[in-house]
Write a protein that binds this ligand. Structure first.
Ligand code: ZN
Length: 338
């Protein structure tokens, strides 16, 4: 009951990469880099286990960015042809690579990482992949001419990858779709369909992480424009509830998402975000417990997985570690009192 997990990413240690920034470059190269990534992942797995996290991840320490880390090994993308693109409906501008030909996956992308990680822990293992809609909102298209069509092409590739990772022993495959609360009509028109293509034939647990983004300045500024209640999920929860995805995330700590919206998603397991992903405050276990109990007003306890609101990659290592411990301890407090 109340199995704990995290959205996915954790900070890469400062000996491995530039800290406290989203896309900080590597500080090592060659074999030293590969060894360093493995050491960092193994250290986070120990931290997660000691903190009482039940469904662990590699902290995404093998990749610089959650979307581009996957795309790097995909054929059909021209990394030299940069296109300036407004991301998440123009919340920020980014120079992105361009799809210039038919997309394909010549070889598995994350399989070696997963084999390593799987061998490091007996806990349930989650692996995160970018969702098709979010990929399409992070790369320019000069080939398909239609976002839904390009999304289905990525979804087919993600499905190949997910099947390989499932075979390697991953228990939960999560698709990150922060674009879902921006393009709410597209979610209903083709976003869920693309996710279904991505999970086709999987027997493991499937999840989608939707969110209001990392605790970076662009997102904090954007959140200020969303008013006193964030109701974007109201439009997409019925569609997600009708989908074949097993788990859906919702940030509950310090967000303005009305918890009553949880009632719109009665048939899914819910990753209840009980940890904020800004670095200025470490939650106490009591605060975490309060957030979990607030969600329990709307969701049966059996369906709740206490979680972080989003990835913690951009915050300080020690702060993220303290937050992990608070998450584990807070969930334990609620469990003990049941
Ligand atoms: Zn997120």
């Amino acid at each position: 009951m109340l199995e704990t997990t995290i959205a996915g990413s954790l900070p890469r240690p400062d000996w491995l990469a530039e800290p406290e920034t989203l896309k900080g470059g590597w500080k090592l190269s060659g074999q030293a880099l590969e060894d360093g990534k493995r050491r960092a992942a193994a250290e986070w797995l120990r931290h997660e286990e000691e903190a009482g996290i039940d469904i662990v991840t590699d902290g995404e320490v093998f990749r610089i960015h959650f979307v581009h880390g996957f795309l790097e090994k995909i054929r059909g993308i021209d990394w030299q042809k940069k296109t300036l693109m407004g991301i998440r409906d123009n919340r920020y501008q980014l120079e992105v690579p361009t799809v210039t030909g038919r997309l394909s996956r010549p070889a598995p992308v994350h399989l070696d990482e997963v084999r390593f990680t799987r061998a490091q822990t007996q806990k349930k293992l989650k692996f995160t992949l970018p969702g098709p809609m979010t990929i399409c909102d992070t790369i320019a298209d000069a080939h398909y001419g239609s976002r839904p069509e390009m999304a289905m092409a990525f979804a087919a590739i993600l499905n190949e990858e997910a099947r390989d990772l499932e075979k390697a022993g991953v228990d939960v495959i999560q698709f990150d779709e922060p674009a879902f609360n921006v393009f709410t009509q597209d979610v209903k028109d083709w976003g869920i369909e693309a996710l279904h293509r991505a999970i086709d034939g999987l027997k493991c647990t499937t999840a989608t992480h939707i969110c209001y983004g990392y605790g970076i300045q662009e997102n904090l500024d954007w959140k200020k424009t969303l008013g006193s209640e964030w109701r974007q999920y109201e439009e997409i929860f019925p569609a997600l509830n009708a989908s074949r995805i097993d788990q859906v995330s919702l940030e509950c700590a310090g967000s303005k998402v009305p918890l009553s919206l949880l009632a719109l998603i009665p048939d899914k397991q819910l990753m209840v975000g009980a940890i904020q992903v800004t670095g200025d405050h470490v939650e106490t276990p009591e605060e975490v417990a309060t957030t979990i109990r607030a969600a329990m007003q709307y969701v049966d306890t059996e369906r709740i997985l206490p979680c972080t609101n989003c990835g913690m990659a951009p915050i300080a290592y020690d702060v993220a570690l303290a937050k992990l411990k608070a998450l584990g301890a807070g969930a334990a407090l609620v469990r003990e009192a049941l």
